[in-house]
Design a protein around this ligand. Structure first.
Ligand SMILES: [Mn+2]
Length: 462
């Protein structure tokens, strides 16, 4: 059910939330508690909100939600006993599991602001939300939560409506956009595009055109061909230096030349030989090295969010990358490009009529890499793009199957927009489990018996 976006309705929700926030922050709000998602988009959103609250001289605190527990369990440790109305909650890049949240919010006296771009459960009546909930989510007005508007785009629009000087923090929005849209900047749409152009025009971020080898834009062409994850360069991605150097020598390109320094002739000869293309990428001018590149910066935050959330929160403030973070990044990107090679060449998978199941457990692919291997294999269409992908394995800690579920944009078109989040809801209704997500991407934890039932019945569900 893809409907035409209703810009006015979305902007009305936004300005209602903004107006209410301004009014109340002058009177009774005093302690704002921000809750965000543990990824680059979430951290970018959080930093924008923190900067806004700082400008407004409001007391603040923050928490980061990794969606591994229910909202009820998570918020138990956060919601104060007192219900004092000076406390106020802002959720960014999370908070659209309304069936879970509405009962909690309606039992509270504080105001809750939810600025999210994840899709909402079908069962919720959006015209009957609690009075203390200000729900801003463009997906309920027909926008696409990945293509049109990132979580950080939304946080930026909210914050900038209150304090126009937030435009200086626009690079944080670009980090969110780069991490969530997984597209070169020339392909942005709607609010992501508008916000990006505004920030570029203000010279907060620089827009450049060149060869797109996302994941390694800060590196030389040899490492770029090997480590690019967007696009994954088939035949060279995850391969050894020898294979890549012989291509470059055939094309008369210095393997150590920086990707951003390649001349038009070199770029054209690479485009002729591979399926790489030109596009636009964003540079954050006040940062150095890897952190200058919005996509790579964002990817680094996504990686660190998984491994060491405080390092992620710290690096977004830094001008240059630490040796620790550099090491983790390289290890990750080498592993991901090699996992993409493994996945496209050798990993056994079970294919049903409509789905592909890949058991990446037992050391085949490390659990911390499942989600991104699934995402980037789908984005790069390394598997049949007309089937839904269920990639994952047994999670030792919980003894549950942890699945990353993905589908392509083409899949969505041929399935009337019924995508991953919809399928996750159906799985939860039929077999239990925990999880959620977007149309194209989501995650689910299931017991082993439920997982087996899912495999048997998946074609009826899809
Ligand atoms: Mn997001």
């Amino acid at each position: 059910m893809s409907m035409k976006p209703n810009r006015n309705k979305f902007l009305a929700d936004l300005s209602n939330a903004v107006d209410n926030f301004i009014d109340n922050s002058n009177s009774h709000y005093n302690n704002i508690i921000a809750i965000t998602h543990n990824d680059a988009d979430g951290i970018g959103s959080l930093k924008i909100i923190q900067s806004l609250l700082h400008k407004m001289n409001l007391e603040q605190d923050y928490f980061i939600y990794n969606r591994s527990s229910s909202w009820a369990a998570y918020l138990k440790g956060i919601l104060p006993k007192s219900h004092e109305r000076k406390n106020t909650f802002i959720f960014t890049d999370v908070g659209s599991s309304l069936t879970e949240l509405i009962p909690i919010i309606s039992s509270r006296k504080e105001d809750f602001y939810i600025l999210d771009h994840h899709e909402v459960d079908d069962k919720v009546d959006l015209d009957d939300l609690p009075e203390n909930l200000f729900f801003v989510n463009p997906t309920v007005h027909g926008y696409d939560g990945l293509d049109h508007v990132a979580g950080a785009t939304l946080a930026y629009m909210f914050a900038k409506s209150i304090k126009p000087a937030i435009i200086k923090q626009g690079w944080l929005a670009v980090i969110g956009i780069a991490g969530d849209s997984l597209r070169s900047m020339d392909k942005l749409k709607s609010f992501n595009k508008d916000v990006y152009e505004e920030i570029v025009n203000e010279e907060i971020v620089n827009d450049k055109e060149g060869l797109i080898l996302f994941g390694a834009m800060n590196d030389n062409i040899k490492n770029g061909l090997k480590n690019s994850i967007l696009p994954f360069v088939k035949g060279y991605g995850g391969e050894n230096d020898h294979k890549i150097k012989s291509l470059l020598s055939e094309l008369d390109i210095d393997p150590n030349k920086k990707i951003v320094d390649l001349n038009p002739t070199e770029i054209n000869s690479l485009i002729m030989k591979t399926h790489i293309s030109k596009g636009n990428y964003a540079i954050i001018p006040q940062k150095q090295g890897l952190l200058r590149h919005a996509f790579e910066h964002s990817l680094l935050l996504n990686i660190l969010s998984f491994k060491n959330i405080s390092a992620a929160l710290s690096i977004i403030q830094q001008k240059s990358i630490t040796r620790y973070a550099q090491g983790i990044y390289l290890e990750y990107i080498n592993a991901l490009s090699s996992n993409l090679k493994i996945l496209s060449n050798e990993l056994p998978h079970i294919e049903t009529k409509k789905a592909i199941f890949i058991d990446a457990g037992n050391g085949k692919i490390p659990p911390s890499n499942w989600s991104d291997t699934a995402s980037f294999s789908t984005v790069n269409e390394l598997l049949n793009p007309n089937k839904m992908l269920f990639l994952g394995g047994l999670e030792k800690k919980t003894q549950m199957m942890k699945l990353s579920i993905r589908c392509s944009r083409g899949y969505l078109k041929s399935h009337e927009g019924i995508g991953v989040n919809n399928v996750i809801s159906k799985v939860k209704d039929n077999f239990g489990g925990m999880g959620g997500g977007h149309k194209l991407a989501g995650g689910l934890r299931l017991s082993i018996p439920s997982y087996n039932k899912l495999k048997e019945n998946v074609d009826n569900l899809l």
